[in-house]
Design a protein around this ligand. Structure first.
Ligand code: AMP
Ligand code: ZN
Length: 492
């Protein structure tokens, strides 16, 4: 009861209470912390400020929509911290060296794999796909205003320095192929996500010659004859292990202890436990106060991943005629800790929902002339959002409030302003309806459409399908709905 009062009613009442001395309403933020295993109230290290580090893309190819779920999740966390009143400093790293195909110490460097596949250099591959990643996250309306995007190759010196510190503290040892972290000397290794046993079990299947313990991991690898990326170091030419970049870059840009660290669930067992061991081993201080992890985007039960071969990209989503924000809306319809199953039908349903919301927003914007006023609903939306980023519930509450006849049109516009800051769905500038009439199509496309109608009448479905593809290749999509044909201009 007391819990309910504190979490939901207190901020709401402090808003309503006419004699409240508070000018702005502060709503507490609660986050599910993988470290504690519970939902904890967020309290920053330094009052009024928060630091956020998110594991970013390995730029050896285009990011798939699963990776983009992690990016939208990191953005949602940032929006929550801002909505809770914190000034934010944040980092998303760009991995352009060190991430091996096996996610641990096995296999080739992903950058080398990408470079070979596209017959070019790792640098060229990194530039190409870092740019593409930035384009993707812009299209998904991530708030980029305060993000640093450091690249691992720009922080080799800091990585070497950190390995030297670990070496000085006696936490490393040398094998024939590199410098390893000795997890035996870091007793809490594996604590994050309670991975002790899992890591050990995984370890027993993997054995790298010279490793004392299968779960020990490489900090520095000696260069082999085929390595495309290598740097000088106190241990000879080589390249960094994957996880050391996150430890070194977060320390360089955000300090020894950071407030929040995000990433996908797949990173808990190895990458994030390694980051903790390195950072805490080097500094002797806690590394991260709140670890947050998003669940997977799946297709038919399988995690979307390049190795499974079930990937789709944002370009593909756009080529199929979807607005990129339909994908963002699709992600937000599920809680970040719930696995989400992707299908084109489900994305279509999300797009229909978003277009309905945009239509309402266009209408309210026009009638209110963009004038906003406050309402208790706005604080309610924020309280729901700040309760562990409950985005599906925020959307439900928003729809309910927009349908409330007791609200003035200005209050509804105020509500959309609040919702947009939390969700980033372009509600302030709802895009014009992409759907158009037959008469808006170019003459040639109209002819193709009429021919298609005829083909369907004759039950020549193969020809009808062929014509649909021709229409799509001309930049338009036609769908047969219960209320007649629906034409959409495809974004290019
Ligand atoms: P990577 O480029 O492999 O380092 O991944 C970038 C981010 O995407 C990491 O935070 C991963 O945990 C996350 N990620 C990878 N696959 C998925 C997926 N299918 N669903 C959600 N997040 C994912
Ligand atoms: Zn990382």
């Amino acid at each position: 009861m007391l819990y309910f009062f504190c979490r939901h009613l207190r901020p709401f009442l402090s808003y309503m209470w006419p004699f409240s001395t508070k000018k702005t309403v502060t709503v507490p933020l609660f986050l599910t912390n993988t470290l504690s295993g519970s939902k904890d109230q967020f309290l920053p290290l330094v009052a009024g400020r928060a630091t956020l580090y998110s594991c970013g893309p390995t730029v050896y190819g285009p990011q798939h929509i699963g990776n983009l779920r992690a990016a939208v999740f990191a953005d949602t966390v940032a929006r929550a911290l801002k909505a809770a009143g914190y000034q934010l400093r944040r980092v998303i790293n760009i991995t352009d060296v060190g991430h091996l195909v096996g996610d641990g110490d096995e296999g080739e460097d992903k950058m080398a794999v990408g470079a070979r596949a596209e017959k070019t250099t790792p640098e060229e591959i990194a530039n190409r796909y870092a740019t593409r990643y930035l384009d993707d996250i812009k299209a998904l309306n991530l708030d980029l205003s305060d993000i640093h995007f450091p690249r691992a190759t720009e922080y080799i010196t800091q990585q070497i320095e950190m390995i030297k510190t670990l070496e000085m503290k006696g936490l490393t040892y040398k094998t024939s192929d590199g410098i390893y972290f000795d997890t035996e000397l870091f007793p809490s290794y594996g604590t994050l996500g309670n991975q002790k046993e899992v890591v050990q079990q995984a370890g027993t299947r993997v054995s790298t010659e010279g490793k004392k313990n299968p779960r020990d991991f490489a900090l520095w690898r000696f260069a082999g004859p085929t390595d495309l990326q290598k740097w000088d170091s106190p241990w000879g030419e080589g390249n960094p292990g994957w996880s050391i970049e996150c430890s070194a870059m977060s320390r360089a840009l955000l300090g020894e202890t950071i407030d929040v660290h995000t990433g996908g669930q797949d990173h808990i067992s190895v990458h994030h436990n390694n980051e903790i061991a390195q950072s805490e081993g080097a500094s002797g201080r806690p590394f991260v106060r709140y670890w947050l992890h998003n669940a997977f985007l799946t297709i038919e039960g399988a995690k979307i991943s390049k190795s499974v071969g079930n990937v789709h990209t944002l370009s593909e989503v756009i080529e199929r005629g979807f607005h990129p924000l339909a994908l963002r809306y699709f992600f937000l319809q599920a809680h970040y800790r719930t696995p989400l199953s992707f299908s084109w039908e489900a994305l279509k349903a999300a797009e229909t929902g978003l277009e309905g919301l945009w239509k309402t927003a266009r209408d309210i914007k026009k009638k209110s002339r963009g004038k906003a006023s406050s309402s208790p609903y706005a604080i309610e939306l924020r309280s729901i959002f700040l309760d562990d980023l409950a985005t599906p519930q925020v959307l439900a509450a928003l729809f309910k409030a927009l349908g409330d006849d007791d609200l003035t049109i200005e209050q509804k516009w105020g509500l959309l302003t609040e919702a947009d800051a939390l969700l980033g769905l372009s509600l302030m500038e709802p895009p014009q309806d992409a759907h158009i009439g037959l008469e808006d199509l170019p003459e040639a496309v109209q002819t193709m459409y009429r021919e298609r109608v005829e083909a369907k009448k004759q039950k020549d479905y193969a020809r009808a399908d062929e014509l649909r593809i021709h229409i799509e290749n001309s930049g338009y999509r036609v769908e047969d709905t219960a209320s007649g044909p629906l034409f959409t201009r495809l974004e290019r």
